[in-house]
Design a protein around this ligand. Structure first.
Ligand code: ASP
Length: 319
């Protein structure tokens, strides 16, 4: 069914250090623009979420690709996934070392299979066979990630108020044909144990998309998000006729009530309505809706409990 193409991105549900607020919002806005450009050119929702997440992976402000956080052993293990709501196709990579754009490997896996999820060195066997080459770890490493790991190791214990790390990224989109897609990418959590995998590469947890409901990307404490199957639950709510906004809010409320977890979610329902909700202090976002060839954008650092993405977009359109 023909729809107004639309896309929403997030930059991670977390407490964000003030020095990064402006860059986080600008990065989300730029990623929304990258995704919207694909949609405005008649591209698919899958191509749009890859373009948006790739822009965020290339931006060192975010905990994905360049700028990813470091594990306890001082190296990178990245998680990413993508789902196409048209035919429930899925691809994910987990604990994959030294990869600059893991969302592209996930997409290649979704397109070429035969598996849906690959981890560690095996993910690199697949990636190499499809033309990817490992990144020099120096290319991904930032002073901020090194500082966060040093602080984590010096404290020897985890500071619950600093968790989760800021900067996991995700995108959800609907294209002009009414197909939805979602993608998510992360370095995980500072100081994580080797082999730790969060919700991000798991279908129904960090990422889910089904044209009959909508598309979602979740962020926050992965151990909690996977216990409530947050992505699938949110899409089921949209299949059961909840709006994107209700699905986002109910899913975050469930995460908090059932697990005490901190997190957030973005949703795009099958009618093209966009939403974001979080119980973390911040979750930078960017969104764009294309109507009659004109794209309206909004972006911000956090949504207040009574704020609604569609209202913000409506106001921006009128401005
Ligand atoms: N959900 C991610 C993980 O647990 C982290 C995040 O979203 O901040 O790996």
């Amino acid at each position: 069914m023909a729809r107004e193409p639309a896309l929403v991105v997030h930059g991670g549900a977390a407490p964000w250090e003030p020095a990064y607020h402006e860059r986080a919002v600008a990065g989300c806005r730029a990623a929304a623009e990258a995704g919207a450009t694909v949609l405005a050119g008649g591209g698919s929702a899958v191509d749009a979420v890859v373009a948006a997440v790739r822009a965020l992976e290339d931006n060192p402000v975010f905990n994905a690709g360049v700028g990813a956080v470091l594990g306890a052993a001082g190296g990178f293990e990245l998680d990413a996934s993508i789902m196409d709501g048209k035919a429930l196709r899925f691809g994910g990579v987990a604990a994959m070392p030294d990869v600059r754009n893991p969302v592209e490997v996930a997409r290649a896996l979704m397109d070429h299979g035969p598996h849906a999820l690959l981890c560690g060195p095996g993910a690199w066997d697949f990636a190499r066979a499809h033309g990817f080459t490992p990144a020099d770890p120096a290319e991904l490493r930032t002073e901020r990630a090194e500082r966060r790991l040093a602080e984590f190791l010096a404290a020897r214990v985890d500071d619950p108020d600093a968790r989760p790390d800021p900067g996991t990224v995700g995108a959800c989109a609907i294209d002009a044909d009414g197909h939805v897609a979602a993608a998510t990418s992360t370095g995980g959590m500072t100081g994580k144990a080797p082999g730790r995998v969060g919700d991000t590469p798991l279908p129904g947890c960090g990422t889910y998309a089904d044209d009959r409901g909508g598309a979602v990307s979740a962020t926050g404490e992965g151990e909690a998000i996977m216990r409530v199957g947050m992505g699938k639950a949110a899409v089921m709510r949209m299949r059961l006729r909840h709006s994107a906004n209700d699905a986002a809010r109910l899913s975050v409320a469930e995460l908090g009530a059932d697990t005490g977890g901190i997190g957030g979610i973005i949703c795009c329902d099958r009618r093209g309505r966009l939403a974001a909700a979080h119980n973390s202090p911040h979750m930078p976002f960017g969104a764009g809706v294309i109507r009659s060839g004109r794209t309206t954008f909004v972006s911000g650092l956090a949504l207040a409990p009574d704020e609604n993405l569609m209202d913000l977009l409506e106001r921006a359109r009128g401005a």
